[in-house]
Design a protein around this ligand. Sequence first.
Ligand code: AMP
Length: 281
Amino acid sequence: MKSSTTTLVHTRADLAAALDAADGEIAVVMTMGALHEGHRQLMRVARERSAFVVVTVFVNPLQFGPNEDYEKYPRTLDDDLVACRAEGVDLVFAPGRDDVYPHGAPSITMHPGELGEILEGASRPGHFSGMLTVVEKLLLLTRADVAYFGEKDFQQLALIRRMARDLELPVEIVGVPTVREKDGLALSSRNRYLSPEERLAALALSRALREGAAHRDADAVLAAAHKILAEEPGVRVDYLALTGADLGPAPQEGPARLLVAAKVGTTRLIDNVSLTLQRGA
Ligand code: AMP
């Protein structure tokens, strides 16, 4: 059922007051704004199930490295509100830095463990610690019963699931499949940085994953994906990795994940797909 009004709050006091008035299951969709169809799909899935849907819009300084795009990250709150209204969201929490970190940068933060050291964690030191720290804070501040995250950020989703499990957080974590453009490009707020030429080059990421996932043999999967990426000079690959569905070592047979990260111009993009491996296929 769609609610008729979407309330915008900025402070934790106003958030608490709005939540005091809420009834039933609370769902949260956490975002950094610049909302697109991927975010909207998360809202729709949340709206279908939960009585009260909260969207957070916060560009978290803690999860950006010193040479990353924190300053230039798109901030489009007016448009974001329009999207949230259209999806029947009940409450938008768009805090400032001081609302989330009233005591300055926290001295106690989340440690993501081994799973946080591979792939994105290896390329972006500190990213997952900052991400998990803000997710934990926002889960508590929004009093979420259920939280929705995209498979687009597959390692992030896996880490959040593990944080909830390992730290007994009273919340259900739900993953939502990646939303793509018709031509395969995974939707991302960072796609708006791409020039038309770069956008064309960026298609190599999803194409490589698709071609790779068409195979069953691990070597063939990687060879097919590598070939596509090597043919696109506009793409500088950070990693292409074949893992188990839990991001552990790839099995010889069964569910697996193929993940890629690359720079196109100055924009860093990530994508991943599921696949099934079969020995000797
Ligand atoms: P972000 O604003 O990039 O931090 O993303 C907020 C949430 O939206 C995260 O759970 C992302 O995984 C999810 N998300 C971003 N892009 C997509 C997409 N193309 N499809 C599905 N979920 C997405």
